[in-house]
Design a protein around this ligand. Structure first.
Ligand code: SF4
Length: 281
C-alpha cells in the first residue's frame, strides 16, 4: 500500500504560533495561566497543555488573577476591556488573518458602514469579529440568512470568516451587494485553509482512500472531510488519532492519502503514518 501525505496539511502558522506561545507561557510559570476556551480544536494538544498547568475557562469572570491567553480565533473588544478591568496579563495569540478582519470591521463600523460577516454565527471567530462592531453585524451563512425585510442599505462592508469556501463568499457577497448603494467587500479567507483544501482534493483524486486527521469539532477539518468525501464517498476516514484506524479495513486499497486539519500537530500525523506503515509490513 502506497502512503502519501498531502502537500499542505497539519498545523497552520497561526495555530503553531498560538500553541508555542501557550507552551512557553506555562513553561515560564505554571501558576495562574488560563485560556479563554480551548486554544485549538484538538483534544490531544489541549490535554498536553493542561498537564503543563493551563486551565481552560469560558469567560474572564472565571479568571481570579494572573494571565489569560486569547486564542487564534480572537475575541471581541469587550473581552479585552473585561480583562484589563481585572488587571489580567493578556497573552494575545489572535492570528494575524483574524486580526485583519477585526481591524476592517472596526474601521468601517466607525465610518458608518453596516457590517456583514459571511460565516457561522456560532463559531468563536465570528462571535469575536462581531464584537468589533458592537455585536451589530449581519451574519450570513447561507442565502436564507439574508432577511427579506432587510431594506436598502446605504453603506455596506462585507467580510468573510477565514475558513469559509471562496465560492460561498462570492455567491453570498454578490447577493448582499444588491441590497446596498455602496459596498466595500474584502476576501478575508485564509490562504492556509485554501492550500489545505486544494491539496486534499488533489490527493483524493490520486489515491484509493483518504485518512483525514483532526478534531471531530474542528470546522476546518470537517471541510477537508467533506471535500474528500465528494471524491471518495466510501473510502474517506475521519480520525482524531491513529488508534481510531483499528476499526477500518485498508487491505483493499493500493494507495492511501493522508491529510490533516490546521489544528492537528505533526506528532499525531507521524503516528498515523507509522500505523499505516505497520499494516504494510
Ligand atoms: S487557519 Fe488561517 S486564520 Fe485560522 S489560525 Fe490558521 S492561519 Fe490563522
Amino acid at each position: 500500500m502506497r502512503i502519501k501525505v498531502a502537500k499542505n496539511s497539519g498545523f497552520c502558522f497561526g495555530v503553531e504560533k498560538a500553541v508555542n506561545k501557550a507552551f512557553d507561557a506555562t513553561k515560564q510559570n505554571k501558576e495562574n495561566i488560563y485560556s479563554l476556551g480551548p486554544i485549538i480544536h484538538n483534544k490531544q494538544v489541549i490535554g498536553k497543555l493542561m498537564e503543563t498547568g493551563l486551565d481552560v475557562v469560558n469567560s474572564v469572570e472565571e479568571v481570579p488573577h494572573g494571565r489569560v491567553i486569547i486564542r487564534s480565533h480572537g475575541v471581541g473588544k469587550g473581552i479585552y476591556d473585561q480583562a484589563e478591568a481585572k488587571d489580567l496579563t493578556i497573552i494575545d495569540t489572535t492570528c494575524p488573518f483574524v486580526r485583519r478582519i477585526q481591524n476592517i470591521v472596526k474601521d468601517y463600523y466607525h465610518k458608518g458602514f453596516k457590517i456583514a460577516v459571511i460565516g457561522d454565527p456560532t463559531h468563536p471567530e465570528v462571535i469575536g469579529i462581531n464584537g468589533w462592531c458592537d455585536n451589530k453585524a449581519l451574519i450570513v451563512q447561507s442565502e436564507s440568512d439574508i432577511p427579506k425585510d432587510l431594506g436598502h442599505i446605504e453603506k455596506l462592508c462585507i467580510v468573510v470568516q477565514t475558513t469559509m469556501p471562496l465560492a460561498r463568499f462570492e455567491t453570498l457577497s454578490e447577493q448582499l451587494s444588491q441590497r446596498a448603494d455602496h459596498v466595500e467587500k474584502f476576501d478575508t479567507t485564509c490562504f492556509a485553509t485554501k492550500e489545505r483544501q486544494e491539496s486534499a482534493k488533489e490527493l483524493a483524486l490520486e489515491v484509493d482512500a483518504m485518512v483525514v486527521i483532526g478534531g471531530y469539532n474542528s470546522s476546518n477539518t470537517q471541510k477537508l472531510v467533506d471535500i474528500c468525501k465528494e471524491i471518495r464517498p466510501n473510502s474517506t476516514f475521519h480520525i482524531e488519532t491513529a488508534s481510531a484506524l483499528n476499526s477500518h479495513d485498508f487491505k483493499d486499497f493500493k494507495s492511501v492519502g493522508i491529510t490533516a486539519g490546521a489544528s492537528t500537530p505533526e506528532w499525531i500525523i507521524q503516528d498515523v503514518i507509522k500505523f499505516l506503515n505497520k499494516l504494510n509490513n
